[in-house]
Ligand binder design. Sequence first.
Ligand code: SAH
Length: 394
Amino acid sequence: MTKIFLKRGKEESLGRRHPWIFSGAIDRIDGEPDEGDVVDVYSRSGEFLARGHYQIGSITVRVLSFVQEEIDGLWWRDRIAQALAVRRAVGVANDPQTDCYRLVHGEGDNLPGLIIDIYGGTAVVQAHSVGMFRSRMAIASALREVYGDGIRAVYDKSAQTLPFKADTGAVDGYLWGGGEATEQVVTEHGNRFYVDWGIGQKTGFFLDQRENRELVKRYSAGRTVLNTFSYTGGFSVYALAGGAREVVSVDSSASAVRLACRNAELNFGADVHHEGVASDAFEYLKECGRTFDLIILDPPAFAKHHKVLGNATKGYTRLNARAISQIAPGGILFTFSCSQAVSRELFRTTVFTAAAIAGRNVRILHQLTQPADHPVNIYHPEGEYLKGLVLYVE
Ligand code: SAH
């Protein structure tokens, strides 16, 4: 097995169980590893530190284990079983009202580079590293062993998430079971949704907003609701379930808006008070010429890197100021940022600036984050990404 030796002093972060080794920390490589190979990492003085997946790029090794153990079928089964045990403890894997949840959240489950989402009887696997992609059949076998009859299909959706330069030739499709169809109805807190993991964004649905959607439901009775960046209408369906007077879903993707309308109908029939608008969210706010009692802002990550933080902050400020000014007196704003690069403090400052620009009195009612099936490894704080504020706008 290839041995990677670190520069003097560069073993410290591994000592703190941080699971990444950056290219700058490496002194020398004994061997010629292929991308995705399992390699061993040593200190300069030859002490074993970790075993992980090798990849060309700024993160050169993603740690699988801090001991010298075989990464074999048994190992995969054990890690998947541990992830499921956490979801059972949390209550999502055994909730009769919910059949979709995140089973593996990368570093949060000690499996860097791997995402697995469960949609009813289908597991959707998404590899973000070459090592995880090359392990996909072992992962599929482990899923079958751990779940038994609990899953009927495993779908691989890694084509878009693997590094472009790695040239893996990945094509999305079923690794096991499944047939042709990629659309299915799932249930979340008793609400039903069409999810299509073949053509949908991410693995098909934004499972990370489940708990926050439930909170929207609590605030929706009798209110007019605008759900911007609605995707397939997750928040919209909960608002309707909570007794909203009227819900408007706005997303720039026409196919997402179509699915939002189908989801509203699936739950509440053809007479539902729901309108879908395919439009840029900012343009819609500017041109709709009205206020709403509750607005949801859940934009995509404006800042993918620290370098573009300045522009991203301006974008968040503009959007939030616009939304705050269009909330009816006594209304509510749910505002989110899913950019990992935007800290909780920076996000709050941004929303503070927006409130000041809008010139309204604003109280923070709730401070939100990602749900427990998207756990954060305490040694890898970078895993915390979702931030939300619920505001009362006077
Ligand atoms: N709230 C959603 C997830 C939102 S993901 C849920 O709970 O499921 C972000 C969404 O923003 C995507 O659907 C994307 O199509 C949409 N989007 C990106 N840029 C946009 C823009 N400028 N205006 C409106 N929607 C946009």
